[in-house]
Design a protein around this ligand. Structure first.
Ligand SMILES: [Zn+2]
Length: 229
């Protein structure tokens, strides 16, 4: 794996077109990558269980490294900790070779929220990305609505939903924020009510349910006729 660009550059850029006009790629390379990917998964599986991976798997992973010493060339009595670092290096190298990185993406020009997606221009990057996901048990990085830092949520939050890291939850930031927002909605609704805005419009403007706004309006002494308009 060590040398990067020399063998990597022609991938997907072959100029020897077949008669039907399609590009081709050597199956041999794909068999190599598929075997290596399989071995990476094997290695991670063993390391997760606290066992040393099979030497054959390391050999497959490093079979194109160009090293004169077959893998594993290191002292294996250093145990699983060292090999965990090693396999992380390997997976990170796959990500670099595959140019896997986040890119900013607009669904369309009308929509305000943009998305961050993974840049995977091809099969190899897709495999590299999937390998990385298979290594980490928590798959998504989310940005906490409380502190603004990235964290790993137990399950993927739905888009547009507020989410909080464990720290913020422990400190009750999620509940404080929810209460603050609730109070602000009610304050805004009250101001609109005093301007004579009907409850259906108030509900839309402040983002509360119409039934909730009606209850508020009644409590503020608004007539039902007015509240329903
Ligand atoms: Zn937080």
């Amino acid at each position: 794996m060590g040398s990067t660009v020399s063998w990597c550059a022609p991938r997907g850029l072959y100029t020897d077109k077949r008669p039907d006009g399609l590009f081709w790629e050597p199956l041999d390379d794909w068999r190599h990558w598929s075997r290596a990917a399989r071995s990476i998964l094997n290695i991670i599986g063993e390391l997760r269980e606290g066992r040393l991976p099979k030497a054959l798997d390391w050999q497959r992973v490093y079979s194109r490294s160009g090293s004169t010493h077959p893998a594993p060339w290191w002292r294996r009595d250093d145990g699983v900790d060292f090999e965990r670092v090693k396999i992380a290096d390997v997976v990170n190298e796959w990500l670099i070779l595959g140019d896997v990185r986040p890119v900013l993406h607009w669904e369309d020009w009308q929509s305000k929220p943009s998305q961050v997606k993974m840049h995977q221009p091809g099969l190899y990057p897709a495999i590299a990305y999937q390998l990385t996901l298979s290594v980490s048990t928590r798959r998504v990085v989310a940005i906490c609505s409380g502190c603004g830092f990235g964290y790993f949520p137990a399950k993927a939050p739905s888009p547009g939903q507020r989410k909080f890291c464990d720290d913020c939850r422990d400190r009750g930031v999620d509940k404080d924020l929810a209460m603050m927002e609730f109070r602000k909605r009610k304050r805004d609704a009250s101001a609109l009510f005093r301007q004579g805005v009907p409850s259906s419009k108030i509900a839309k403007k402040v983002g509360s349910r119409e039934s909730t706004v009606r209850r508020w309006v009644q409590a503020w002494g608004g007539s039902l006729r007015f509240a329903k308009s």
